[in-house]
Design a protein around this ligand. Structure first.
Ligand code: NAD
Length: 485
């Protein structure tokens, strides 16, 4: 019997305005996992009105109170761990270790929010005006809407609203229609159980095919003051255009084609283990997943040999089993994208060293060699367990290949020479670089974000306060001024 889930608006669980529902499928079994309410723009508007009504009290509440609520949420999250993990596995198909990783991150995020409650501070500025006192002050921006993807539903859904809330904003979360339960309904339940006042967080999702309508309604609504979007570059671009049209600031956390550079002096165990984890976690469906492996020629063969052995040893299959490393892809469209990129690469001369096969939505860990820079598998996001490996003659070529891409999210560099690693890091066009680690890394207190087609804005750390508060200039005169008129 499938579960039933409703939208969460103004502290109430409600059906969509039209009473319509849609089914959320388990991508491994293909069975209906849950029947969920299909939200309409009318529901979204009610959620925005509720957030707006809750704003004055929440923005005026003490930071200590807000910190306390987030600490409570961290505890509730732990109590709900099994529910989160089980739902995540069923709805998104991720292996259990990936789900537990996201629950751990979510707990850290709640505590980071509590720690930042007193943070958004202003400054006292000097002035050239006699008798003037100048200060800047950070205030809540207002209603903040967060649009989240399916691939990290818990972590990215929470990231869309958590820091905005602790700064005194009220929020709307719109999860993906692929993961409305783990990325939406359960997040609402978490905040409800932690005792967040009604209207402070609202969770509404649209039925399939209506995301564009929702997106425009969010961007156009005058009471929504900030939007954050985590998802594909194509949709981010559309929202950026709408941001111009409606003069609304939108933080964009978009796709990636992250390189991992392995230098000739690399520790081979680190190179193989870090790249394998960074590539195959979440079945490769991660924005910061390793999407291109660039290895210096002298160690090319050895790395490929060991990496292929490790990739081949990962267990593919039912994510409900504890030892499964690779769960299914999210849907058939995603499978087609992965398959097509691999087929095209092979047609154009690439070799499949392992994998290259699929069953249902499960795609086997695949290593491709003899790839060329102009192949789609080297240029576009694959978002699957496919690792193209390109062998380069030296560091200069490695940097050139790494930067030869429209995206710029994260990058890994594996080397024993820290100084060299740091010098290379300076020349990589990305928001984040990790030395002796793959591109896959995140903690809630860091300024996570990309450059180029990977977007703009920082969703984590203290830098999030710049996205989600208004920096205002306030002055007062301590003595009468002399005016020329
Ligand atoms: P997507 O762009 O299709 O959807 C993301 C969200 O936007 C979903 O909630 C979807 O319903 C909604 N949406 C779709 N069209 C919309 C529109 N026209 N207006 C407003 N909202 C719309 O992306 P996805 O397939 O869910 O997620 C995968 C993508 O997200 C990948 O490209 C991945 O790299 C990226 N991603 C980026 C980060 C990051 O932090 N940079 C993190 C995770 C995923």
């Amino acid at each position: 019997m499938a579960q039933h889930h409703q939208l969460y608006v103004d502290g109430e669980w409600v059906d969509g305005a039209m009473g319509a529902t849609f089914d959320s499928y388990n991508p491994y079994t293909g069975e209906v996992f849950a029947r969920v309410a299909a939200g309409e723009v009318e529901d979204l508007n009610r959620a925005i009105a509720a957030a707006d009504a809750a704003l004055p009290a929440w923005a005026g509440s003490s930071p200590a109170y807000r910190a306390e609520l987030f600490l409570r949420a961290a505890n509730v999250l732990e109590e709900m761990r099994d529910e989160f993990v089980q739902t995540f596995v069923e709805e998104q198909g991720a292996a259990k270790f990936t789900c537990n990783f996201q629950v751990n991150f979510a707990g850290m995020l709640m505590r980071e929010a509590a720690a930042q409650a007193h943070d958004p501070i202003g400054q006292i500025l000097p002035s050239d005006t006699p008798g003037a006192f100048f200060m800047t002050k950070r205030q809540p921006a207002g209603v903040v809407a967060g649009i989240a993807p399916w691939n990290g539903p818990l972590l990215l859904g929470l990231r869309a609203v958590t820091l905005p809330m602790v700064y005194g904003n009220t929020t709307i979360l719109k999860p993906s229609s692929e993961t409305p339960v783990v990325g939406g309904a359960l997040i609402a339940k978490l905040f409800e159980r932690a005792g967040f006042p009604k209207g402070v967080v609202n969770v509404v999702w649209n039925g399939p095919g209506k995301s564009g309508e929702f997106g425009e309604a969010i961007m156009a609504h005058p009471r929504v003051r900030r939007v954050n979007f985590t998802g594909s570059t194509d949709v981010g671009r559309e929202l950026g255009i709408l941001g111009g049209k409606y003069l609304k600031r939108v933080a964009l956390e978009l796709g990636g084609k992250d390189p991992c550079i392995i230098l000739r002096d690399a520790d081979m165990d680190t190179a193989v283990n870090a790249t394998c984890f960074g590539k195959f976690m979440g079945s490769g469906q991660g924005c910061m997943a390793v999407e291109r492996i660039i290895v210096e020629q002298p160690i090319g063969d050895e790395f490929i040999d060991r990496f292929v052995k490790k990739a081949s040893s990962l267990k593919v299959g039912d994510p409900r089993e504890d030892d499964t490393g690779i769960g299914p892809l999210i849907n058939r469209r995603q499978l087609e994208r992965v398959k097509t990129q691999v087929e095209e690469a092979v047609r154009d001369g690439a070799k499949i060293m392992c994998g290259g096969r699929y069953e249902g939505l499960s795609y086997w860990p695949t290593v491709l060699t003899d790839v060329k820079r102009n192949m789609r598998v080297m240029r576009e996001e694959t978002f699957g367990p496919v690792a193209p490996v390109i062998v380069v003659k030296d560091v200069e070529e490695a940097i050139e290949v790494a930067n030869d891409n429209a995206y710029g999210l994260s990058c890994g560099i594996i080397t024993r020479d820290l100084q060299k690693g740091l010098a290379i890091a300076d020349r990589i066009e990305s928001g984040m670089v990790h030395i002796n680690e793959s591109s896959t890394a995140d903690e809630p207190h860091v300024p996570f974000g990309g450059v180029k087609d990977s977007g703009w804005g920082k969703m984590g750390g203290k830098q999030a306060a710049e996205e989600f508060t208004e920096l205002r200039w306030i002055t007062f005169q301590t003595s009468p001024r002399q005016y020329p008129l």
